[in-house]
Design a protein around this ligand. Structure first.
Ligand SMILES: CC(C)(COP(=O)(O)OP(=O)(O)OC[C@H]1O[C@@H](n2cnc3c(N)ncnc32)[C@H](O)[C@@H]1O)[C@@H](O)C(=O)NCCC(=O)NCCS
Ligand SMILES: Nc1ncnc2c1ncn2[C@@H]1O[C@H](COP(=O)(O)OP(=O)(O)OP(=O)(O)O)[C@@H](O)[C@H]1O
Length: 288
């Protein structure tokens, strides 16, 4: 049953924030992830803990709710792009306050922020394809208020000629569309557990993504090594290999932060899809 427009918008945006934060926490708790913070260890991150990352994820609840609120029933246009960018930058400030200046979820705020905005533009009715393409359209608008700062990502993009987080979004998240979402669904279909299906999805991203986190820490040798190890795992299907790959990544100080962000974004889309099919069965479009 529908309420007033304002009530629907608020209820919807609360649900979006819930989905976004729970996707970040699911990604964090997935174990064992090579080089990344998980329940077993902090991977190649000496300054992070699972508790700090959880606190960071929870601090972003308001950011995602505000993005959903401002995007509800709007069009993907430059003014909206600039409005959500301002909210995203505030979210980054909140994150840095909570973590004492450590980058825990910058890439995730960017990717899930755009997807949350696109989902809200469609008032919860867009298909996954529509969410991805609308998020891509939003990301392609320039943000005239974006401060000119030098970041690891920008340095690496220039040095290695890769597209990075911005390019991935601007192209409508091809790595989610082509690899992680199909891999998640395929792994479930062949009877793997949820945990294993998510690990498969993560490694399918790692096998293909030009991850600026890895390039920044390990250069092109680090990136080739990471892609190769992920491919070996996917071919073997041997989950015991993941602990060995984790040890190698820690030794080489490499961490696939970009793949982790895109896995969280994949889980966000997956949750949306599940909720929509549940609502179709009950013949309602309400999110909660
Ligand atoms: C574009 C962003 C990611 C900045 O990118 P930049 O390369 O300069 O920064 P930085 O290297 O510090 O962080 C990029 C992060 O993206 C992730 N990442 C790395 N490689 C990839 C990749 N190939 N694909 C997706 N994500 C990746 C990593 O986690 C990494 O930490 C973003 O933070 C930004 O511009 N924010 C401004 C606010 C905004 O516009 N928000 C809109 C939506 S909320
Ligand atoms: N479970 C996770 N463990 C570690 N990083 C993660 C995890 N999930 C997502 N990330 C992403 O990885 C990025 C952090 O990687 P990294 O520490 O290499 O960032 P950096 O600030 O670019 O570099 P550096 O810390 O080397 O100066 C964050 O943007 C975050 O979004």
């Amino acid at each position: 049953m529908w309420g007033t427009h304002a009530e629907d918008k608020n209820t919807f945006s609360t649900a979006v924030a819930e989905l976004a934060v729970s996707s970040l926490i699911e990604e964090l708790e997935l174990t064992p992830k090579p080089g990344l913070v998980d329940k077993q260890n902090t991977g190649a991150h000496k300054d992070l803990t699972v508790q700090l990352m959880r606190a960071s994820a929870e601090s972003l609840w308001d950011t995602f709710k505000e993005i959903a609120l401002i995007s509800y029933d709007r069009f993907p246009e430059q003014s909206l792009r600039e409005e959500i960018a301002a909210i995203g930058r505030d979210g980054e400030k909140t994150m840095f306050r909570v973590t004492g200046g450590i980058n825990t979820h910058k890439g995730a705020i960017w990717s899930i922020g755009l997807l949350a905005s696109a989902f809200s533009i469609g008032k919860g009715r867009f298909t996954t394809e529509e969410i991805l393409s609308t998020a891509g359209k939003l990301a392609r608008y320039p943000d005239q208020y974006c401060p000119v700062t030098d970041t690891n990502g920008k340095r690496v993009i220039k040095k290695f000629g890769v597209k990075g987080a911005k390019g991935e979004a601007q192209q409508g998240f091809p790595h989610i569309r082509q690899f992680s979402l199909p891999m998640l669904n395929h792994s479930r279909a062949i009877g793997l557990t949820e945990e294993k299906a998510k690990l498969h999805a993560l490694l399918s991203l790692m096998a293909h993504l030009d991850d600026t986190c890895i390039l920044h820490r390990g250069g092109s040798d680090g990136l080739s090594f990471a892609k190769e190890q992920a491919a070996i795992f996917l071919i073997s299907g041997d989950f015991d290999l993941l602990n060995k790959i984790d040890e190698e990544f820690i030794k080489r100080n490499i961490s696939p932060g970009g793949s982790a962000d895109l896995l969280a974004a994949t889980l966000f889309l997956d949750k949306i899809g599940k909720m929509q099919s549940f609502n179709e069965v009950s013949n309602e479009y309400q999110l909660i």
